[in-house]
Design a binder for this molecule. Structure first.
Ligand code: ZN
Length: 138
């Protein structure tokens, strides 16, 4: 279950970001998770299990924005929700994965040292995309 390792990495990165912004308490962490990147339920489970070890995130909620996987034909631009060996529209292209592998922290919500003021911290990228952006023809 790689979600546990991912969540630990995300929590660590969020704690570092929160500390550097003098946030006393993170109230929510917003993630964008591609359908093929990780299982949201497993992430939520790991989140509950791990967040207590990170002082600034003990009570932080995890908000997940799920992104469905999507393939597009490079030839005709046809758009599909499943991997296909051949484009059903033009028959000549092989649809390539466009979305569905992303995993990133969009932003954090937190309370700063004054207490009342709430702020957000722009996203960090705890997980370097593993071979996602290979552009050339393979
Ligand atoms: Zn096509």
């Amino acid at each position: 279950m790689h979600e546990l390792a991912l969540v630990e990495e995300i929590l660590g990165a969020c704690q570092t970001a929160a500390a550097s912004h003098r946030v006393q308490r993170v109230t929510a962490v917003h993630l964008t998770v591609g359908e093929l990147a990780a299982c949201p339920d497993a992430l939520r489970f790991a989140w509950e299990a791990c967040r207590g070890r990170f002082r600034l995130l003990e009570t932080a909620r995890l908000e997940i924005q799920e992104v469905p996987a999507r393939w597009a034909c490079p030839h005709c631009g046809g758009d599909y929700g499943e991997p296909l060996a051949r484009c059903p529209q033009c028959g000549t292209g092989t649809p390539r994965l466009q979305e569905g592998l992303e995993l990133r922290v969009d932003y954090l919500e937190g309370d700063d040292r004054e207490g009342g003021r709430r702020g957000t911290i722009a996203g960090t990228q705890p997980c370097p995309s593993s071979g996602g952006s290979g552009g050339g023809s393979g």
